[in-house]
Design a protein around this ligand. Structure first.
Ligand code: MEV
Length: 332
């Protein structure tokens, strides 16, 4: 029997759906790879919706980045592709006769978790296509297959946060929820330059090899910033959090993961009245975050960031809570 003759267990006419969202790391990126904690926020304003439907022919993907057979997808989709293939194997589905699609405005390769969000939403859509709901652990394991392709040694923070609807404390693969009383606004700004998580993670490793004592000190200090941030969030201390964010940016820059564009936007945000600012995610391009005391200040900072060259900005309230979309509802 050739693969094309295998029966396709996906019911005809049914459409499976999956939902995830972008994420922003508030504090702890890179240090989290070495076992330190991190705090990350799902960005409800940047949702990802995926569908899977049975359709004769090769396995196909329709997305803003690429539409065509999955086998010919460009390098930028290598991570979701690996996760999709692992999901098909996990669910006992054939690698043909299915059309996948994603709808999202999450920019790719900008440190906002687009590859984990894409992989996760598609994994859920495939499971839903055959009437299954992935457990959080199944979701995590499948997305991690892709994230390992993306940068070798992923902490799992992106896999967990893009599946969450609440801000999370993350350490060693596990998440817990946070007590969040902080009433502030975050401005997320895109440098317009692709982030380079794989290179940045490798550069931090090389920094630690070349300067073991300083490398360990910086990673530990970033971990301590994350621990102290817990109280800032619980006790509504935006000034303290802002100062910690700016300190974290300096440490990440010393580790080699900032860029001239990120430094320029951090400087512009602080000059426009931000309580603090830092890069977010893998760095060496991608996005940065600025903390604003209120909505007016957030608007001023966002305008200043755009004048300083930001390609796009998004506003996020730290106390924003959105209900999860209905869990994996089938449209079919
Ligand atoms: C990437 O979003 C975050 C990093 O800490 C890498 C990881 O956690 O796997 C840079």
């Amino acid at each position: 029997m050739t693969i094309r003759d295998e029966p396709n267990p996906a019911p005809e006419g049914r459409v499976g759906t999956g939902h995830t969202r972008a994420k922003a790391i508030l504090v702890g990126e890179h240090a989290v790879v070495y076992g330190e904690p991190a705090i990350a926020l799902p960005l409800a304003s940047l949702p990802m919706r995926a569908t899977a439907r049975r359709e004769d022919g090769p396995l196909t993907l329709e997305s803003v980045l690429y539409s065509g057979t999955l086998a010919d997808a460009p390098e930028v989709l290598a991570a979701p592709r690996a996760a999709i293939e692992a999901t098909l194997d996990h669910l006992g589905l054939p690698h043909h006769g299915i059309t996948l699609s994603t709808e999202s405005t999450i920019p790719a390769a900008r440190g906002l978790g687009s590859s984990a969000a894409t992989a996760g939403a598609l994994a859920h859509a495939l499971a839903d296509l055959v009437g299954r709901t992935l457990t959080p652990q199944e979701h995590f394991d499948l997305v991690q297959v892709g994230e390992r392709v993306a940068h070798g040694n992923p902490s799992g923070l992106d896999a967990r946060t893009t599946a969450s609807t609440e801000p999370v404390w993350f350490q060693a693969g596990e998440i817990r929820s946070l007590d969040l009383a902080l009433r502030a606004h975050l401005v997320v700004a895109d440098t317009g330059v692709h982030g380079r998580t794989r290179v940045a993670v490798a550069d931090v490793r090389s920094f630690r090899d070349r300067h073991p004592a300083r490398g360990a000190e910086l990673v530990a200090a970033l971990g301590q910033i994350t621990r102290d941030t817990v109280d800032d969030l619980a006790l509504d201390r935006p000034q303290d959090l802002g100062a910690r964010m700016t300190r974290a940016h300096g440490m990440l820059a010393e580790l080699g993961v900032s860029s001239p564009e990120l430094d320029r936007l951090v400087g512009a945000a602080l000059a426009a009245g931000a309580l603090g600012a830092k890069l977010t995610g893998g760095g060496q391009g991608g996005c940065m975050l600025a903390l604003a005391a209120d909505a007016t200040s957030a608007g001023t900072i966002a305008a200043a960031l755009r004048r300083a060259g930001a390609a796009r900005t998004w506003l996020h309230r730290t106390d924003a809570r959105r209900p999860a979309p209905p869990a994996q509802v089938s449209l079919g």
